[in-house]
Write a protein that binds this ligand. Structure first.
Ligand SMILES: Nc1nc2c(ncn2[C@@H]2O[C@H](COP(=O)(O)OP(=O)(O)OP(=O)(O)O)[C@@H](O)[C@H]2O)c(=O)[nH]1
Ligand SMILES: [Mg+2]
Length: 149
């Protein structure tokens, strides 16, 4: 199954990234509940920020082939508990978002992803100027190809 689970705190940029990769119109809409499409499972950031919801993320991970963990580069805190990546039995990649903003701190965002047990390379992205989106698009296409085979 070539689906991807998007995880990250509230406002990390999960839905926006998904809209861009699916060539949908990019428009802000808070994710209120788990959202399934053929390529992605998109969750509200609350599922990461509130530990009693972790099980929803873990259950959803059983339905995907990989997990994309987003970290907002403008946030001074991460919501990932230490070694969170280890609770998943699927490959997990780290994506640093909003690097177009002046407040962006890529080093700190990287350290939050390391803390979560996620290994480099991290994808450094901005949906505003499109930076770093092409490699993710390629990754998505490769997963789609493996799904249709
Ligand atoms: N400047 C900038 N803003 C971004 C970027 N990515 C997302 N945003 C903005 O961040 C806000 C939140 O983005 P969402 O994609 O809704 O975040 P989310 O992770 O889906 O949030 P929840 O659904 O609440 O969990 C929106 O206003 C986006 O326009 C980026 O790369 N650069
Ligand atoms: Mg969302």
């Amino acid at each position: 199954m070539g689906r991807i689970l998007l995880i990250g705190g509230i406002g990390a940029g999960k839905t926006t990234l998904k809209q861009m990769l699916m060539n949908e119109q990019v428009s802000y809409q808070k994710t209120q509940m788990i959202d399934y499409t053929h390529a992605f499972i998109d969750c509200p950031g609350e599922y990461l920020e509130i530990p009693r919801f972790y099980h929803v993320l873990i259950d959803a991970s059983h339905q995907v082939s990989e997990i994309w963990a987003l970290q907002d580069s403008t946030k001074q805190r991460a919501f990932y508990p230490p070694k969170f990546s280890k609770v998943f039995r699927k490959p997990i990649i780290g994506i640093i978002t909003k690097v177009d903003l002046p407040k962006a701190d890529i080093k700190q965002a990287s350290s939050f992803l390391h803390y979560a047990g996620i290994e480099e390379p991290f994808y450094i992205t901005s949906v505003m100027n499109g930076e770093g989106v092409a490699p993710l698009r390629m990754r998505l296409e490769e997963l789609n190809e493996s799904r249709s085979r």
